[in-house]
Design a protein around this ligand. Sequence first.
Ligand code: S3P
Length: 440
Amino acid sequence: MIPRKIKSSGHSIEVPGDKSLSHRAVLFSALAKGKSRVVGFLEAEDPMNTMHAFSELGLKVEKIGQAEYVFTSPGKSGLISPTKDLDFGNAGTGIRLSAGLLCGLPQINATLTGDDSLKKRPMARILDPLNSMGASIQGIGEKKTAPLLIHGKQLHSFAYKSPIASAQVKSCLMLAAMSSEVSLDYEEEILSRDHTENVFRFMGNQLQYKTPTRFLMEPPYKFEGADFKIPGDISSAAFFLVLGLLLKQGSILVKNVGLNPSRTGILKALAAMGGEIRIHNQRIECGEIVGDLEAVSSELSYAEIPPDWIPALIDEIPILTIAGLFAKGGFRIRNAEELRAKESDRIASMVENLRSLGVEVWEYHDGYEFGEIQMTAKSSSLNSWLSGRSPRILTKMDHRIAMSFLVLQAVTGLALRIDNTSWIDTSFPGFQSLLESVLQ
Ligand code: S3P
């Protein structure tokens, strides 16, 4: 294989809708009595599973166009117990947020489950605070993992200081407070993504902030059908931004991307590494910042990534690591232990796969590092070490591991044997054809 070149400078693409916002559009539509309309919904397995789960609970779903839906809900008190287990597939966000919402509805009995990857993911982080809030929820898997058994209850008001910066934990408890109409005083050390707060406000509610990372929400809450417009997912755009920076010349423009500041850590990290990413046409839509991103071919070098940037780039660390292979001075990520609780243990997955490529990697409990490889599209010590070999990449049921190594393969021309790319459909159907479309 030879390194690929971009077709033309200024190539313009769009990526599918934001995954976090797509899950939330279903959940908030289910709480609100009446019709909600969603444009830009991510038609990928993860949010589609949340949609199917809520249609089992009584949400009426009508597809009215590409990525466009009308949801009609009987309102939270009209939701009904499902007659079968609710399957959230690979999605931690789907199961954790839905669990919160359902725990606070006394008429609901439900079992929430998922695939083998989801059944290994930690659930104590939501089970403990939910049970302290008066919920009846139990993880019946090994190590209190999914399947989750829920007997809905009227919950009580609750104050919680989260030991981890997790939007899934925060959103789970917010949705529990909303479904039971009780108050929640929530604090985290570093702000995790705040989409739930934004949608909550977009629906006409208020949050009282005591500090930038501690708020109080109090009933009565407003839930009315709304029109949601979902921008492209910055986590999906990230693969093309890194591609644009690494190509030998030209640029890639990714239009209509969500730029919520609690998600844009990847832009800060790539800029600190010397990557030129221009923001065009910035605007606000449905309470979220949106813009077009242009990644211009750049020389990258080592940059320190501070601990308080981690929550805002947690999902982008695999592709950021690929950028690091091209950085003068190497790459290092620390303070990212949460990576071990994602679709795969992403520290172990990245370290193992980089080692198969011949990269000397140091693994830590909360990250990893490697020295300068100075991979270039033309040559590198790795490329010659690998010449004639085709290392195997193990994706471990993890879409972002698969997409990251596909980008590496496209930029370098390395012949990688990527074991399974089907996981990509959980978040980014059409990724491979979009990648092909920008390359010669
Ligand atoms: C998400 C929150 C993050 C992120 C996940 C989506 C969300 O997880 O990694 O992909 O939509 O709330 P944590 O909250 O567990 O860090």
